[in-house]
Ligand binder design. Structure first.
Ligand code: URA
Length: 422
């Protein structure tokens, strides 16, 4: 094949054949097709879309560029959860040990944050000694002994996606449903999980800003997973305001530990339990209520063993930022808007996120939230505390928050529904 023919065909709205897709994905992974050619093809896909047959073949071709994991020797059901990314979304941290405490093994291959969204590996990286990179043998052994693993994907898992995702990130080609769906699902199918729950985020802090796009992404991913033999369910959940009361790495670990200790913010508890129920049900486990395992300490016990197994000290003090600055309520009334995207950008500018994949993140930086949407507030009370290692970060974080907060007269009720659809 000539890659220029494929680019022209897609540019003009044509469909790619199975053979063309197999060839171009493999050739790009081997650097026979150049970055500029693949970036042009990715843009044509973003603009013209793909038929389901093409998306399915593309996903399969990406899986075939690497190895597949196999957990069948464990003898217990496996389930994984994937979030499409948000602000304050620390749900994986309490969820993986909770589901493991209910008898389902959780091989949770996670990512790092990029842009305004946080990444699970960056959050856990705030725990002294904790290690993200494990070999497949280590993953398998930890799943057997502890029941839950949260780690980085091994480099042999869908290498085509690792290369293509980095390229899309710098060529304005991330926001394409065929490319997002195939990117997420090739890793989840190759990972070998038996069941998968997708938390598809909708709203300002998510990739998908409206429900119609989120629904379309969710339906595509469920169809891909189901066709590959993975029992796949998707929930559409709100990401117009941050989850919980923290956005930032160590801050989110602290909040997750509160949830595992039976406390924590209501929205984090509710989403953790909802997704745990979906994972248990998709894995075929009935009659266990995850809410009990959260309250009676069983999930906390798995958390501590999971952190220790990966070199971390679950009792160690977490890093604390030396500098803080408050954002005060400008008037009294009901907080009707606390925008997720703005808080995410503020946390990112404070140092919690990175601008380029290779940048380090600050463990202690981030945003602490004192009032959730719907709360009554008084003029002058602190709404947010910004945390940073360096006070020069505060001005740009404050800029990100302009227009992010709205206070309405007492008695107003903002819309608030966490799970929008299933
Ligand atoms: N997460 C992924 O893994 N891939 C995408 O394309 C978007 C989010």
């Amino acid at each position: 094949f000539d890659v220029v023919d494929l680019i022209r065909a897609k540019r003009d709205g044509g469909e790619l054949s199975d053979e063309q897709i197999d060839w171009v994905v493999d050739a790009y992974t081997r650097s026979v097709v150049a970055d500029e050619q693949m970036s042009s093809l990715a843009m044509a896909i973003l603009l013209r879309g793909m038929e389901f047959r093409e998306i399915s073949r593309w996903t399969d071709a990406m899986i075939r560029t690497g190895g597949r994991l196999d957990f069948s020797s464990l003898g217990v059901p496996t389930a994984d959860k994937h979030s499409t990314g948000g602000v304050g979304d620390k749900i994986t941290l309490p969820l993986a040990p909770l589901v493991a405490a209910c008898g389902v093994a959780v091989p949770q291959l996670s990512g790092r944050g990029l842009g305004h969204t946080g990444g699970t590996l960056d959050k856990l990286g705030a725990i002294p000694g904790w290690r993200a990179s494990l070999s497949f043998d280590e993953v398998l052994s930890q799943l057997g002994s502890v029941g839950a693993v949260i780690c980085a994907p091994t480099s042999s898992l869908a290498p085509a996606d690792q290369k293509l995702y980095a390229l899309r990130d710098v060529t304005g080609t991330v926001e394409s449903i065929p490319l997002i769906a195939s990117s997420i699902m090739c890793k989840k199918i190759a990972e070998g999980t038996g069941a998968l729950v997708l938390d598809v985020k909708v709203g300002s802090g998510a990739f998908m800003k409206n429900v119609a796009d989120a629904r379309s992404l969710a339906a595509t991913m469920v169809e891909l997973g189901t066709a590959a033999g993975v029992r796949t369910v998707a929930c559409l959940t709100d990401m117009s305001t941050p989850l919980g009361l923290t956005a930032g790495n160590a801050l989110e670990v602290r909040e997750s530990v509160e949830v595992l200790a039976g406390g924590g913010p209501a929205d984090v508890i509710s989403l953790t339990v909802t997704l745990a129920r979906e994972m248990l049900s998709a894995a075929g486990v009935d009659g266990v209520d995850p809410a009990d395992a959260l309250l009676d300490g069983r999930a906390m016990d798995v958390w501590r063993r999971m952190i220790v197994a990966q070199g971390g000290d679950p009792s160690a003090a977490l890093p604390v930022a030396p500098e803080t600055e408050s954002v005060l309520a400008p008037s009294s009334g009901v907080l009707v808007k606390l925008d997720a995207y703005a808080v995410g950008v503020a946390a990112w500018r404070l140092g919690a996120g990175r601008a380029r994949k290779e940048d380090p993140v600050s463990a202690s930086a981030g945003v602490e939230i004192h009032a959730k949407q719907g709360a009554e507030v008084r003029a002058g009370q602190p709404l947010l505390t910004l945390h940073a290692e360096d006070p020069s970060r505060f001005a740009r974080a404050m800029d990100a928050l302009v227009g992010a907060i709205e206070i309405a007269p007492a008695g107003s009720r903002p819309e608030s529904k966490l799970v929008l659809d299933r």
